[in-house]
Design a protein around this ligand. Structure first.
Ligand SMILES: *Cc1c(COP(=O)(O)O)cnc(C)c1O
Length: 230
């Protein structure tokens, strides 16, 4: 077994074990393999080991890989910051966008999504750590953005995403993830939304995120190895 296949097996086992001990239904968590900085060959290797969902942060890099892997039935997730002059490319190449943080970006993605494709799945990026993190929408501003997205054709509001501040404090991370889950439940109830996706958790904190309700974990280094060594 290659390194990537072995790592994937380990990560999947960890995800499954966490789902079991958190008393959740199996199959509720999508593992998104974050392949930024890694080659198309590494992605092929992961796909051969059964991986379907891949996350990329940089459009230029992602576009080249998506083109060279067009023969594989992969699901692509855009998880990086979005520049408004890049939305057309994102709208036509990806299945999911996790990092919507302003209405203008949502409107552009919706208008530019090719009508031949199903609606683009999107998540609102929430600045769950307040001042400590700069990207994302503050929790208080999420309802307004969610309502605006809901009215758009071409994109489908699926849920919320967060990147908490970097910290070794696992209890703090757990609180951040719990805040996200509560926010989603509350928004669904009070604003008649039906968000079903919660994108949170990375290599270092995926088990805590799953325990707190993540439905998608974005895992890079635990699958492909430490970035910078490639
Ligand atoms: C790089 C990245 C990840 C993966 O991080 P790892 O610690 O390597 O698992 C997840 N989410 C986002 C938004 C990222 O940029």
């Amino acid at each position: 077994m290659t390194g990537i296949a072995a790592n994937l097996k380990e990560v999947r086992a960890l995800v499954d074990a966490t789902i079991r001990h958190s008393d959740r239904r199996r199959g509720e968590v999508t593992l998104v393999a974050v392949s930024k900085t890694w080659s198309s060959d590494a992605i092929r290797e992961a796909h051969a080991a059964g991986q379907q969902d891949f996350g990329e942060n940089y459009l230029q890099e992602a576009s080249e890989k998506i083109a060279s892997l067009a023969d594989l039935p992969l699901t692509w997730h855009f998880i990086g910051p979005i520049q408004s002059n890049k939305t057309a490319q994102i709208a036509s190449a990806f299945h999911w966008v996790h990092t919507i943080d302003r209405v203008k970006i949502a409107q552009r993605l919706a208008a530019q999504r090719p009508t031949s494709m199903p609606p683009l799945n999107v998540c609102i990026q929430v600045n769950v750590s307040g001042e400590a993190s700069k990207s994302g929408v503050l929790p208080a501003d999420v309802p307004q953005l969610a309502a605006a997205i809901k009215s758009l054709d071409g994109i489908h509001l699926r849920g919320l995403m967060c990147i908490p501040e970097p910290t070794q404090d696992m209890q703090l991370l757990r609180e951040r993830f719990r805040t996200m889950a509560k926010l989603q439940t509350q928004l669904n109830l009070e604003h008649k939304l039906s968000m079903d996706a919660l994108s949170m958790g990375m290599s270092g904190d995926m088990t805590i995120a799953i325990e707190e309700g993540a439905t998608m974990v974005r895992v890079g280094s635990a699958i492909f190895g430490k970035r910078g060594n490639n």
